[in-house]
Design a binder for this molecule. Structure first.
Ligand SMILES: CC(=O)N[C@H]1[C@@H](OP(=O)(O)O)O[C@H](CO)[C@@H](O)[C@@H]1O
Ligand SMILES: [Mg+2]
Length: 539
């Protein structure tokens, strides 16, 4: 049996050779690169997913996507049984597997060593949930995963075309005996749409949600949103633009484009008093935007969702008389300084700062009864502890409570069911936000007015070797190259409300520069000065 498995793997190594001299690492969001150089890494990841599933005796997910990257790129990320990102300790195995060339004896020896260490057998059961985005390269890459996972006798559940958060959701449901929902796409839509409808219908005086126009980045989210739009058409008017019928994936559109360039997607003429959103290529990010009466472009990013959700949840907890609930917001260094200030000093909500990457935010959010996490780019969700879920459920059924208290508890329960707790989910976040607008009678302008962003600028710098840049303190302080941080401090000190940091990207071959200052001109100037310093120190 082992002999046949080794032989099959040997054939895959010949069929999908590793390009000479190529090194790759499991970054912020798995492996990502130009799609034509990826098949060999899929061979390794099919094996890794199988081993993980055997060890956990549970289904694990494999998602083929490069999210907001250009269409020519692709990538692969693994999903752990509870719908979380792959445990960090396993990134080491991913990286080790990626170092092997196409020598079958050496690779097989390592696989056997791992199986020994992990105490699993090739014939142990393994179930892998596989899905992909709309990229042309995705289906062939998913096929390589399938072939390689079968070497170790894995069973493949093929979910075909899905958003990343949908796959996280179905993996969780499959392993959770469906207590989180049914492990199908229909189950996913059912849970979210029913909860949205319940929340609106149970809330007296809720306004009918206003029309929302969504730029779907020409990606997988377009198809899925169209389904939601049709299903909820009596309650909310969702229009989908950039639906993939004409433009290219993420090309001058999508959440990353809008957030980074702080302008609307190309070709969309914004009309006053309408509200717009952009999602990204795998539909796990969301940003809102509109044009104000002065014809200025206004954008609401991930930081704004944290504030909105914290405020809604806080209000409902108070109305439900559920006290002593530990709410916290988790941000990264990219969060606008004004949002952090508003959360801490106006809303009195504790804020934690962690390194970039959803895995860090998600992990930290588990420390709270209600942990709200968002990256500034619009990726985020809310985690509710079992304890708070039980308290809310008990409050709903508690006849000794007033009708108002029970209603608030019921609204919380419906809100929890809209949210995809496994990972940030653009569709879930859109429905949650629209429900809050309707219940709280809030307009997008009022949401924006809660605080004023400090002007900011992000730049990408191409350097010889981005790993020369090392950081600490949730990436806010640079430890290498020596004296670069001193230089940054010196530059920042010249600017009113200045703040800046640099870090190597985990998904692109660039160093990212972030800068904030009192005016946009100053933020641009500060970012540029820091860029020059990075170039000088990495020459
Ligand atoms: C500044 C920024 O937005 N960085 C993004 C980006 O990571 P980088 O490591 O910065 O390339 O892609 C990640 C995956 O989508 C996302 O988690 C992260 O927030
Ligand atoms: Mg994404």
């Amino acid at each position: 049996m082992t002999h046949i498995a080794k032989q099959k793997l040997g054939q895959l190594l010949i069929q999908y050779p590793k390009p000479a001299g190529l090194t790759m690492g499991y970054g912020t969001s798995g492996f990502r690169a130009r799609s034509d150089i990826l098949p060999w890494i899929m061979v390794r990841m099919g094996l890794l997913a199988s081993l993980r599933a055997k060890v956990k005796k549970a289904c694990v997910g494999v998602m083929i996507t490069a999210s907001h990257n250009p269409e020519c790129d692709n990538g692969v990320k693994l999903i752990d049984p509870m719908g979380e990102m792959l445990d960090q300790s396993w990134e080491v195995y991913a990286n080790n597997l990626a170092t092997f060339d196409d020598n079958i004896d050496e690779l097989w020896e390592y696989i056997e060593l791992l199986m020994n260490q992990l105490n699993v057998q090739p014939q142990d059961e393994a179930v892998i949930a596989l899905a992909h985005d709309t990229r042309q390269s995705s289906i062939p890459l998913a096929y390589v995963i399938r072939q390689s996972a079968q070497v170790l006798h894995s069973i493949i559940l093929d979910f075909d075309l899905m958003t990343t958060p949908q796959l996280h959701y179905v993996v969780r449901c499959y392993n959770d005996d469906c207590s989180y929902g049914h492990y199908t796409e229909a189950g996913y839509f059912d849970k979210l749409c029913t909860a949205f409808q319940n929340l609106i219908e149970m809330s007296p005086g809720a306004q009918r949600p206003e029309q929302v126009i969504v730029d779907a980045a020409n990606g997988v989210g377009a198809v899925k949103l169209q389904y939601v739009a049709a299903r909820l058409s009596k309650l909310i008017h969702i229009d989908v633009l950039n639906d993939g019928t004409q433009g290219h994936l993420n090309d001058c559109c999508g959440a990353d484009y809008v957030k980074l360039l702080q302008k609307p997607p190309a070709g969309i003429e914004l009309r006053p008093s309408l509200k717009y959103c952009s999602i990204d290529g795998d539909a796990d990010r969301l940003v809102y935007f509109f044009i104000n009466s002065k014809k200025q472009f206004c954008m609401l990013d991930g930081d704004r969702f944290s504030v909105l959700y914290a405020s809604f949840l806080h209000t409902k907890l108070q109305q439900a008389k559920l006290n002593d609930v530990k709410i916290g917001v988790i941000q990264t260094a990219y969060a606008n300084g004004s949002s952090t200030d508003y959360l801490i000093n106006t809303m009195h909500v504790p804020v934690a700062c962690v390194p970039t990457g959803v895995k860090f935010l998600h992990h930290k959010a588990q420390d709270y009864d209600i942990g709200i996490y968002f990256e500034a780019n619009g990726h985020g969700t809310v985690l509710f502890s079992d304890d708070i879920k039980n308290k809310i459920k008990t409050a709903v059924d508690d006849q000794s409570r007033t009708a108002e208290e029970r209603l608030a508890a019921n609204q919380l329960r419906a809100f929890i069911n809209i949210i995809n707790e496994t990972v940030g989910d653009a569709i879930a976040d859109l429905l949650a936000t629209e429900a809050i607008f309707a219940i709280m009678h809030l307009t997008i302008e009022q949401w924006l007015q809660l605080y004023t962003d400090i002007p900011q600028r992000q730049l990408k710098v191409s350097v010889r070797d981005r790993t020369m840049i090392q950081t600490t303190d949730a990436e806010r302080c640079c430890t290498a190259p020596a004296y670069l941080q001193d230089r940054i401090d010196q530059i920042v000190s010249k600017y009113q409300r200045g703040r800046s940091f640099v870090r190597p990207s985990g998904t692109e071959d660039v160093v990212r520069v972030y800068a904030e200052a009192h005016t946009q001109a100053d933020a641009d100037k500060l970012a540029n000065e820091v860029r020059l310093a990075v170039e000088e120190f990495t020459r």
